[in-house]
Ligand binder design. Structure first.
Ligand code: ASP
Length: 350
C-alpha cells in the first residue's frame, strides 16, 4: 500500500468514511491533468435502520480498498483501464457484492455472470453474458475487447474463449454464499405465494430492490485524459436462467466516450436496457451540452423513475467531476479525485 493510500485510510477512518477528506494542496498536483476514479457496489433498499454498524464498516472498507487500488494505478501514471479492472476485481472477489464470489442465484440455483467494459478514447468495448465458470468476468471482457474480433460473447462460447486466453476457471459453486442462497429462498417463497406452478415462477420474477443489491462498477480518468467504464454482476436474484440484464449491454449498463463522460449503472436491468441509460446520459452531455449532474438527474429521476425503473449510476467526466445519482433508498458508492476520498451509502450522508 502506498503512503498516500495509508494516509487516505487513516483519514477515512477518522471521518467515519461518510464525509470527504482532502489532502494538503501540495498533493493535489493542480496543474496536471486530474486523475479520478469512482465506483458503485449496487443500489437498492439500503437504510440506516436495516444496517448493522459492523456491516456498514465492512462496506466502507471494501469500497475504500477498491478505490485505493484503482487510484494507486492512476497515481503512478497507469491507464484508466487498469484502474477500473483493479477496482472491480477486488469487489468481484469480495462476497459482500453481487459480482463474482457473492453473485446472486438464478431461480434454478446457479450463477450466471454478466460484465462489460468500454474505453472512451477508441470507443472499443467488450462484454460477456451468462458465464458460469470464469472467476473474473471483468478480466474476460477486457480479453474479448483486446483479443477477439467481437464485442460480446455469451455462455459456453465465452467460457471457451476464456480458457483459450488462459483466464482462471472455477466451479460454479465457487460463487456460492449463504446470504445469497437465503435471498433466493426468500424470493422463491414469495413467488410461490403469488404463482401456483413452478413453471410460472420464472415468468414472474421481478426486480425487488431488497434482493438484488451489489452489482459493481467503476469509472476512471487517467493522466492522459482517457475515460473508461466497467460493470460486473450476477444479475437479479431468482432470474430466469438465460436472462441477460443491462450490465453487459454497451450503452445500457456501461458507456465511455472521451467527448462526454463515463458511466456505470446498477438497478433494474430491464429498464436500464430500454432507456439505454448510460449512453443517454453521455448523449445529453455531448449533444445538449448539459453538465453530468444535470444529465444524470434527468435520466435517473425524470425519465427512469416515472417509468418504474429503479437504480442509479456513477458518472465521471474529463475534468474529474463526479456525479452519482440514484432513485433508490441507497447506493454503495465512492470516489477518489485528486486525493479526495468520498464514500456514501445512504441518500442522506451525515
Ligand atoms: N443491473 C443488474 C441487472 O439487472 C442488477 C443490479 O444492478 O442490481 O442485472
Amino acid at each position: 500500500m502506498s503512503k498516500l493510500s495509508i494516509q487516505l485510510t487513516a483519514l477515512a477512518l477518522a471521518t467515519g468514511f461518510a464525509a470527504s477528506s482532502a489532502l494538503p494542496a501540495t498533493a493535489m498536483q493542480a496543474t496536471e491533468q486530474p486523475i479520478a476514479i469512482a465506483i458503485h457496489g449496487g443500489a437498492g433498499t439500503i437504510t440506516r435502520e436495516n444496517m448493522s454498524a459492523e456491516r456498514e464498516v465492512e462496506f466502507q472498507q471494501a469500497l475504500t480498498e477498491a478505490l485505493q487500488a484503482g487510484y494507486a494505478i492512476l497515481e503512478q501514471g497507469g491507464e484508466s483501464i487498469d484502474a477500473v479492472i483493479a477496482a472491480i476485481q477486488l469487489m468481484e472477489e469480495n462476497p459482500l457484492f453481487n459480482a463474482g464470489r457473492g453473485a446472486v442465484y438464478t431461480y434454478t440455483g446457479e450463477h450466471e455472470l454478466d460484465a462489460s467494459i468500454m474505453r472512451g478514447d477508441t470507443m472499443d468495448a467488450g462484454a460477456v453474458a451468462g458465464v458460469k465458470t470464469v472467476r473474473s468476468p471483468i478480466a474476460l471482457v477486457r480479453a474479448i475487447m483486446e483479443n477477439s474480433r467481437h464485442v460480446m460473447l455469451s455462455g459456453e462460447g465465452a467460457a471457451q474463449f476464456a480458457r483459450e486466453q488462459g483466464l482462471e476457471q472455477v466451479e460454479n459453486s465457487y460463487f456460492n454464499t449463504e446470504h445469497r442462497f437465503q435471498q433466493l429462498e426468500r424470493a422463491l417463497e414469495r413467488l410461490r405465494e403469488q404463482h401456483n406452478t413452478g413453471d410460472q415462477i420464472a415468468q414472474h420474477v421481478d426486480w425487488d430492490p431488497a434482493f438484488n443489491m451489489g452489482t459493481v462498477g467503476a469509472v476512471a480518468l487517467d493522466r492522459e485524459g482517457n475515460l473508461v467504464a466497467g460493470t460486473s454482476t450476477g444479475g437479479m436474484t431468482a432470474k430466469q436462467y438465460g436472462r441477460i440484464g443491462d450490465s453487459p449491454i454497451i450503452g445500457a449498463g456501461t458507456w465511455a466516450d472521451n467527448d462526454s463522460c463515463a458511466v456505470s449503472a446498477t438497478g433494474h436491468g430491464e429498464y436500464f436496457i430500454r432507456f439505454h441509460v448510460a449512453a443517454a446520459i453521455c448523449a445529453r452531455v455531448k449533444y445538449l451540452g448539459e453538465s453530468i449532474e444535470d444529465a444524470g438527474h434527468y435520466v435517473i429521476h425524470e425519465t427512469l423513475l416515472p417509468a418504474g425503473g429503479t437504480g442509479g449510476v456513477i458518472i465521471l467526466d474529463r475534468q474529474g467531476q463526479v456525479s452519482m445519482p440514484f432513485n433508490t433508498e441507497g447506493m454503495y458508492r465512492g470516489s477518489l479525485v485528486n486525493g479526495e476520498l468520498t464514500i456514501g451509502i445512504y441518500q442522506q450522508e451525515e
